[in-house]
Design a protein around this ligand. Structure first.
Ligand SMILES: Cc1cc2nc3c(=O)[nH]c(=O)nc-3n(C[C@H](O)[C@H](O)[C@H](O)COP(=O)(O)OP(=O)(O)OC[C@H]3O[C@@H](n4cnc5c(N)ncnc54)[C@H](O)[C@@H]3O)c2cc1C
Length: 368
């Protein structure tokens, strides 16, 4: 060990959520030395915990982390509703405290140096980074070839380097104790969540209810109606940030990468961030292993940009007004279109351009 530094490593990862832990695991597979810093091993990230069930196989995760398997999804708009059968590829529900903990422990077992500590600051040099990590009353100095900001939507690593946080929306979020449901419910329209959606998901022996909204809108009050409907008006409501994907997002600068929420990598419209942060981490691990930083942005764009753009446009188009969200649900009453949308969501068909989604919708609309 060098006298001046507490540790020297290839890759220093800040944040032990799905993005950071997955990156650590992928680097271990490729024999790249890494340190993972998580500020709180008991953190229970506020989250619906809905994740594509293929994640377990794709990332070699124990299936016991799935607390419920969802085969039916119910969609509601202001004057319509539709049931989506997703038996062919169910949605899994995980509890984030257990899920994140397991991911971190797997990374540690597979070779990562896992440390509970808080990122404070970094100095950027041509060939390396020096980061300060606070552990209780002590400051650790870590020298690394690369630093990775996987520290969520309020990324301090990003704020330090670029002076900004990722773009974000707000979410209302409550846990309602002792209510059991077997499906996931999504609510579209102005009385639930203007231009986005609200949800009700199982959460262990409880349910979680949430809605996404733009900080300046009045959707915080609108949420009360859904709570009333679920007999949950007394539940403690809190607000949390969720990324609003920006195609101009920074992937890499000054030997610092960003991944997961810190890079705004939640899919527009559905706001799935767990799966996409893990997939993005795998792409990043490949670039780090090959010591080719530019490969990260290039490969990410090749894999996901079209999908993210199409969901962004579909969100604008279908959730713009109650009229359109009602139409979207009548669109989904057609079983073959439902199947197609489902395959698309599950990444089973090639991503299509936003314009094509709109053209297909109009063709169907005028045929009726
Ligand atoms: C209310 C709500 C509901 C959601 N529901 C879903 C859902 O059902 N399905 C889905 O796919 N996505 C959902 N999301 C989005 C999802 O939670 C995120 O996209 C996902 O957690 C991103 O993973 P990440 O690892 O990038 O960031 P995070 O999970 O936020 O992890 C970041 C980690 O960094 C740590 N950290 C932060 N600062 C520091 C520091 N200075 N030093 C050290 N460590 C630090 C944090 O403690 C945390 O563990 C939801 C989000 C919200 C807010």
């Amino acid at each position: 060990m060098n006298k001046k530094f507490d540790f020297i490593t290839d890759t220093l990862i800040i944040g032990g959520g799905p993005a950071g832990s997955t990156l650590a695991r992928e680097l271990n597979k490729n024999n790249v030395n890494n340190i993972l810093i998580e500020k709180n091993f008991n953190y229970d990230k506020p989250c619906g915990g809905g994740i594509k069930s293929k994640v377990f196989e794709e990332f070699n995760l124990p299936k016991e982390l799935e607390t419920k398997q969802i085969t039916n999804v119910n969609l509601f708009s202001t004057s319509n509703n539709v049931k989506f059968n997703i038996k062919k590829a169910p949605l899994s529900i995980v509890l984030r405290k257990e899920f994140d903990n397991k991911l971190r422990l797997l990374a540690q077992e597979e070779g990562t140096n896992l440390i509970q500590g808080k990122y404070k600051s970094a100095e950027y040099f041509k060939d390396y980074i020096i980061a300060k990590i606070k552990i209780e009353n002590k400051i650790l100095l870590i020298k690394a070839k690369y630093l990775v900001g996987a520290d969520g939507v309020k990324s301090n690593v990003k704020k330090d380097l670029l002076g900004i946080y990722p773009k974000s929306f707000l979410t209302n979020y409550v846990i309602v104790k002792n209510q059991v449901i077997d499906s996931c419910e999504f609510y579209f329209g102005s009385k639930y969540s203007p231009k986005r959606y609200a949800w009700v998901f199982p959460h262990g022996n409880n349910i979680s209810i949430g809605s996404i909204f733009e900080p300046k809108s009045n959707a915080s009050n609108i949420f009360e109606d859904l709570l009333k409907q679920k007999d949950a008006l007394t539940a403690k409501k809190k607000g949390f940030y969720i990324p609003n994907w920006d195609k101009k997002n920074t992937f890499y600068k000054n030997r610092v990468f960003f991944v997961g929420d810190a890079a705004g990598q939640t899919l527009p419209f559905t706001y799935e961030g767990i799966y996409y942060s893990m997939r993005s981490a795998r792409i990043l691990a490949n670039a780090i292993t090959k010591n080719n930083p530019e490969l990260y942005e290039k490969e990410w764009k090749k894999t996901f940009e079209k999908t993210f753009k199409s969901y962004h446009w579909a969100e604008k188009f279908f959730l713009y007004s109650d009229f359109m969200s009602n139409k979207m649900l009548s669109f989904f009453k057609n079983k073959s279109l439902q199947e197609k949308a489902f395959l698309y969501w599950n990444n089973k068909v090639k991503p299509i351009s936003p314009q094509n989604i709109v053209i297909k919708f109009f063709k169907y609309f005028f045929k009726k």
